[in-house]
Design a binder for this molecule. Structure first.
Ligand SMILES: O=P(O)(O)O[C@@H]1C[C@H](O)[C@@H](CO)O1
Ligand SMILES: Nc1nc2[nH]cnc2c(=O)[nH]1
Length: 293
């Protein structure tokens, strides 16, 4: 028996949610998009929208953070059927890790093959500037070190194997595609690096930032890695992008203080460019395989 605290939504519950969503009439999506803090404008790009509030979706958690609207948007982007989470869930909202990642399994059951995740993150790498976009090539899952991994608890083989490999979590072809598209768009602010997830909601201390940088992290945030683990577990192809919304404070003489307002302001400044990047990527992603596991 697994303890109650590790209880995930069951396969049947995820399936019921997916079936309920499909019954609302959307075209089966092939691409799933998760919007980071202040980046919900991505969903506005979809044509022929069907918008469903999280509060109306059976079994779905609710968004509680400013900058996360709490809507699931279906539609097409450059002709490809997509579903977009305008608002994601975070550990610090008080949800168990198995619940914040549940929408990814619903994506899978809806027919999604590829997920594109975005987030706002602090730049630990001192060569990064505010407004840079970092293609994530790998992650460090700090809550996972303490056993807080979304796959803890009973494993349901219908989703994936007990011990999934995540050393190849971030699809190399999609990383290359992002950099190629960014180059074509003339973006001079692209980076590629390692994302580190913490539980939040407090931002990092100076000592923590220094430690994370020493560990090899380029950016730090409070999301994404858990979703990526669940996505890979169920065989989805994954791309993730951090918008560097603030520079992590590494110096005791600095007067700078991380804050959510700056995060949202930077997100607003770069939103249109991020939308272009994602739209162009979607137009060039191969779909129709649904056999990525
Ligand atoms: O959902 P993301 O990871 O973009 O949100 C980041 C982390 C916190 O939720 C928030 C801090 O400003 O932005
Ligand atoms: N943990 C963390 N999350 C963020 N999200 C946006 N900026 C930051 C940051 O500096 N630290």
């Amino acid at each position: 028996m697994f303890p109650e605290s590790t209880k995930s939504y069951s396969y049947e519950e995820c399936k019921a949610t997916a079936d309920w969503l499909l019954a609302q009439g959307p075209v089966r999506p092939q691409v799933g998009i998760v919007c980071g803090s202040g980046l919900g404008g991505l969903a506005e790009m979809l044509k022929d929208q069907l918008v469903i509030n999280y509060s109306d979706i059976p079994n779905f958690p609710q968004s509680t953070v400013h900058g996360h609207a709490g809507k699931l948007v279906f539609g097409t982007l450059k002709g490809k059927p997509c579903v977009c989470m305008q608002g994601r869930f975070h550990l610090y909202e008080g949800y168990p890790i198995q619940k914040i990642t549940m929408p990814i399994r619903v994506f899978k059951l809806l027919g999604v093959e590829t997920v594109l995740l975005t987030n706002a993150a602090g730049g630990l790498n001192q060569d990064y500037n505010v407004g840079d976009m970092m293609v994530i090539k790998d992650h460090i899952n700090i809550p996972g070190f303490a056993g807080n991994n979304p796959l803890v608890g009973r494993n349901d083989e219908r989703f994936g194997v007990r011990f999934p490999c995540v050393s190849d979590a971030y699809d190399r072809d999609l990383q290359e595609l992002a950099l190629e598209v960014a180059d074509e768009l003339g973006f001079s602010f692209m980076q590629k690096g390692v994302y580190c997830v913490l539980g939040g909601p407090s931002f990092e201390t100076i000592a923590e930032c220094r430690m994370l940088r020493t560990l090899g992290a380029d950016a730090v945030g409070m999301s994404t890695a858990h979703e990526v683990i669940v996505a890979r577990h169920c065989g989805l192809r994954v791309f993730a992008l951090s918008l560097i919304t603030n520079k992590s404070v590494m110096d005791y003489d600095s007067e700078k203080k991380a804050n959510h307002e700056e995060v949202l302001e930077t997100a607003e400044l770069r939103a249109a460019q991020l939308e272009k990047l994602i739209a162009n990527m979607v137009s060039r992603i191969e779909t129709g395989n649904n056999n990525t596991q």
